[in-house]
Design a protein around this ligand. Structure first.
Ligand code: NAD
Length: 279
């Protein structure tokens, strides 16, 4: 979809960081944007920034784990803007502990937002997107943490959720290609956002709010990461080009190559072992 002018987009997790960056980049292309976030105030503030770019904006409070709420929002966006062409399922959270010590609540909360929030968003919005195909696109924010585990920081639960959502996005890409709906997975490296204190939005059912995670802004390297508005611009370029994966950080290439080299080493072992095995 190379012309976004006059199109309508919905962005989740749009009150902060990469979501806000994507919303602003879409608006700069002339798209009208619905901005949804579990934090109502930040979504409203970002919507005002979008409106200042002379497109229409709508702010909504949304918990992406609630599929009925996602469906209601998709219907509201279609009713108010007349169509829904692009969804950017970007809301995500990070918990930080060794996988061997992560609790059931850590796993449920992280997968509930990072995987099931996306799956439910797609289910909720597909009817509206199908009405616009082939002018329809889904951007799913995964992570480079979905392309390789990172042993340097204790984010294994997060990494597992991003591997899951990336596999989902790639399969969805192939399934929807024949229906004229594009699917891209955004895989950023470090971006300067609030993800290090994602526990601020952790519901009581999953242990309650906590903004002093061990993996905070200071220790994460995120404070020196990419500008989230730049990440948003790269994401929108990927939508326009219809990329399967939208990569943002060239320096992560070697880490991904090293991960696949380890896998190939195990294939080499299999081949050598099979060659030497008794018949
Ligand atoms: N920052 C990075 O370095 C980085 C790298 C790779 C991928 N990502 C991914 O980018 C996405 C955006 O994160 P960010 O880094 O901009 O962090 P952020 O915390 O600045 O923004 C995330 C937004 O999602 C919202 N949110 C959290 N839970 C929600 C829920 N249940 N329903 C709706 N909204 C919810 C938050 O309120 C926040 O506004 C996430 O999926 C994250 O995993 C971030």
């Amino acid at each position: 979809m190379d012309d976004l002018n006059g199109k309508t987009a919905l962005v989740t997790g749009a009150g902060s960081g990469i979501g806000r960056g994507i919303a602003l980049a879409l608006a700069r292309e002339g798209a009208n944007v619905a901005l949804a976030d579990i934090e109502e105030g930040t979504a409203a503030a970002a919507a005002r920034e979008v409106e200042a770019l002379e497109v229409r904006a709508l702010a909504a409070q949304l918990d992406v784990t609630d599929e009925a709420a996602q469906r209601a929002l998709a219907e509201r966006v279609e009713a108010e803007f007349g169509a829904l062409h692009i969804i950017c399922l970007n809301a995500g959270v990070l918990s930080a502990e060794p996988v061997s010590e992560a609790t059931e609540a850590d796993w449920q909360w992280t997968f509930g937002v990072n995987l099931f929030g996306v799956v439910r968003g797609v289910r909720a919005c597909l009817p509206a997107l199908r009405r616009q195909a082939p002018d329809a696109h889904i951007l799913i924010t995964a992570s480079v943490a979905g392309l390789r585990p990172n042993e340097a920081v204790p984010i294994g639960v997060y990494s597992a959720s991003k591997h899951a959502v990336l596999a989902y996005a790639e399969v969805l890409h192939d399934e929807l290609a024949t229906q004229g709906i594009g699917v891209s997975a955004l895989c950023p490296g470090g971006v300067r956002t609030q993800i290090g204190v994602a526990g601020r939005n952790r519901p009581d059912d999953y242990g309650g709010p906590n903004d002093d995670l061990a993996f905070g802004q200071a220790g994460s390297g995120l404070s020196s990461g990419m500008d989230p508005e730049e990440a948003g611009r790269i994401a929108v370029r990927g939508i326009k080009a219809g990329r399967r994966l939208v990569l943002t950080h060239p320096e992560t290439r070697e880490q991904v190559e090293a991960r696949y080299a380890r896998i190939m080493d195990d294939y080499d072992f299999l081949q050598a072992a099979s060659a030497g095995a008794p018949q």
